[in-house]
Write a protein that binds this ligand. Structure first.
Ligand SMILES: Nc1ncnc2c1ncn2[C@@H]1O[C@H](COP(=O)(O)OP(=O)(O)OP(=O)(O)O)[C@@H](O)[C@H]1O
Length: 516
């Protein structure tokens, strides 16, 4: 009896050992060998059956190396968004799990390159050889890891730097109707970073091929490509790729942020991003909400923009500044997507089609634009000059509107309107002509001192160039000190005003004419 029992125990032990051996030798991710079947293929999506252990946001592979990302997990059916063209995909095809989430290559080799959301080169300069990969969706830095925004990000655009200043680590929305100069503001800001050491990422989402090609050509022409990465999903790309592109671009930017660098990222534009997400959600039958957008549309943008920050010094002190772009329809800034993004960002630059038509370029509507954190970051010398410009400019706009009714104006009011018109003229700026801070300071000082009061409005541009040239050539030391953040002394102001006055005097024209 005892013998029978011990044999039974030994047999059981052996069976148990054998079982353990099988478990130990089986690959851990044996579930990855699950094979699913495509049931339906739609515009940019596929419905799949038979991957019981698949996880949300996991990458799945279809025949022909087509990749998809798991989006919906319903009992008996999985909704997948496709990251490649779906023409070759048919119902009945097999689907395999990959066990990983979407990731992108990161590293300095991306600088100067044009890539897509999967890190594939689009610029005929050969494949990218990057060994490091990071997931596209990442957690945002914790509150305790962030420092206040203290350093300015100079755009080189007078109206922005003076009235709506942006700080490094801030999120400033650029919004306006179509063709109002939104991309131009972003591209000029990138061009202005040539000497600032800020790395730039331009992320095109759902734009026309020709528009993206123009941005790339502009960046190349102005020597900005060397410190920039262009990440592209055009309107011809599947909506899944358009949706993932801004997250991928942010991951590429974060590599430099974590290395302690200052980075600028432009999302051009988030309206098209929202539309791509709506398309995917409707196709996958997620319940539609306001304007047919799914309920989590706010979350997809907030989790993107929350990744912009100024990291605390112990973490390298880098910063990621975001300039998301949003297109409005018929100047309606209270539509669903614009209001959502306005509430996530730290301010907005609103571009008005009316100003654009009047030729006031950049067409920034100062009254509807705001920067909630950038004001504190302005360089001291700049703040001393541009400090009350915003208020006086707003007062001028009101007075001017009032004067249009043919009201008789007293001398004081007439002067203020005349001065305001000159300030507006000074704030106009051509594209691709970013201006250094000392030049901007000298111009604002000149107009505040009334040096341009006698100049006809259509000659201000010419006079402005003279002042800029003078400051650049004659005051190299003060130039460097202003950029280093020194406050303007009374003496410095006098020096700048004298330089402007000399530049404008007829005598200087003869000298300058001889020199240039
Ligand atoms: N400061 C400027 N001076 C002169 N022209 C400008 C200026 N800013 C923009 N433009 C011109 O205005 C046009 C529209 O500019 P841009 O493409 O930047 O607008 P957008 O709002 O981004 O357009 P879209 O709606 O197509 O995205 C372009 O032809 C551009 O060259």
């Amino acid at each position: 009896m005892d013998r029978d029992r011990s044999e039974l125990v030994r047999a059981l032990d052996e069976t148990f050992d054998a079982f353990n051996r099988v478990v130990a030798e089986t690959p851990r991710d044996f579930n990855l060998q699950e094979i699913g079947v495509v049931r339906y293929v739609g515009q940019g999506i596929a419905l799949v059956e038979g991957l019981p252990s698949v996880k949300s946001e996991e990458l799945v592979r279809f025949p022909g190396d087509i990749l998809g990302m798991v989006f919906n997990i319903d009992p008996g059916e999985i909704g997948v968004i496709l990251l490649d063209e779906s023409d070759r995909l048919k119902a009945g095809f097999e689907v395999h799990r990959t066990g990983r989430v979407l990731d992108v290559p990161v590293g300095p080799a991306l600088l100067g390159r044009v890539v897509d959301a999967a890190g594939r080169a689009l610029d005929n300069r050969g494949t990218l050889r990057l060994s490091m990969r990071r997931p596209v969706e990442r957690e945002v830095p914790a509150i305790m890891d962030r420092d206040p925004v203290t350093v300015p990000l100079q755009t080189g655009i007078k109206v922005v730097d003076a009235l709506i200043p942006i700080g490094r680590g801030q999120r400033e929305l650029i919004l306006g109707d179509r063709q109002t100069g939104k991309t131009a503001i972003a591209v000029d800001t990138i061009i202005n970073q040539k000497e600032s050491g800020v790395i730039c990422v331009y992320c095109a989402i759902g734009k026309r091929n020709s528009a993206v090609a123009k941005v790339i050509a502009d960046l190349k022409e102005h020597g900005a490509m060397e410190y920039s990465i262009v990440v592209v999903a055009t309107e011809d790309d599947p909506p899944g790729l358009q949706f993932t592109t801004p997250y991928a671009a942010t991951t590429m930017a974060e590599y430099f942020l974590e290395g302690g660098r200052d980075v600028l990222i432009v999302y051009d534009d988030l309206t098209r991003h929202a539309r791509a997400y709506r398309e995917l959600s409707l196709l996958l039958r997620r319940p539609p909400g306001r304007e047919a957008f799914p309920g989590d549309i706010f979350y997809i943008h907030s989790r993107l923009l929350e990744r912009s920050t100024h990291l605390r010094r112990e973490l390298g002190g880098g910063s990621l500044t975001a300039l998301p772009i949003v297109e409005t329809e018929a100047q309606n800034i209270s539509a669903y997507i614009p209001t959502n993004i306005i509430s996530i960002t730290d301010g907005q630059i609103y571009l008005s089609p009316d100003l654009f038509q009047k030729g006031i370029l950049p067409a920034v509507d100062v009254g509807k634009s705001v920067s909630r954190v950038g004001g504190k970051t302005q360089l001291p010398a700049y703040r001393a000059v541009a400090g009350d410009l915003r208020l006086s400019y707003a007062q001028f706009e009101e007075l001017e509107a009032f004067a249009r009714f043919g009201t008789r104006l007293d001398e004081e009011t007439r002067k203020r309107i005349d001065r305001g018109r000159r300030v507006r003229e000074i704030l106009k700026q051509a594209q691709y002509d970013p201006m250094a801070v000392p030049e901007q300071i000298a111009l604002f000082l000149a107009v505040n001192e009334g040096l341009l009061d006698e100049t006809a409005l259509d000659e201000i541009d010419r006079e402005e160039r003279k002042i800029r040239r003078r400051v650049r050539d004659a005051l190299p030391e003060l130039w460097v000190e202003i950029l280093a953040g020194r406050e303007l002394t009374h003496g410095d102001r006098e020096v700048l005003i004298r330089a402007a006055r000399e530049a404008l005097s007829p005598a200087s024209e003869v000298v300058q004419g001889a020199n240039y």
